[in-house]
Design a protein around this ligand. Structure first.
Ligand code: ZN
Length: 87
């Protein structure tokens, strides 16, 4: 058994590491797969040609959490008077 024929996609940019000409494409059972030889990123393409990362295969309905906003609250340090020892 020989594996699927993998072909480099000229000019393709890896969505994970942004390297160019590192994407190989091959088909498994008629489903196009892509893999990056630079960082190891792999995904598949659905019928519409949309990228389907493997790691999201069973978590499609997961709600994306909004990124945390950096707090601009200033941390103020008040010296605790109790720490002062009386001689
Ligand atoms: Zn990559």
């Amino acid at each position: 058994m020989s594996g699927p024929v993998k072909r480099f996609i000229a000019g393709a940019v890896c969505p994970a590491c942004s390297a160019m000409d590192t994407i190989k494409m091959y088909e498994v059972e008629g489903v196009p797969h892509r893999e990056c030889v630079q960082c190891g990123y792999t995904d598949t393409l659905d019928a519409r040609g949309n990228s389907v990362p493997k790691e999201l295969g069973t978590r499609v309905n997961e709600v994306r959490k909004a990124p945390k906003k950096p707090t601009s609250q200033t941390v103020q340090f008040f010296p605790n008077p109790r720490l002062k020892k009386k001689d």
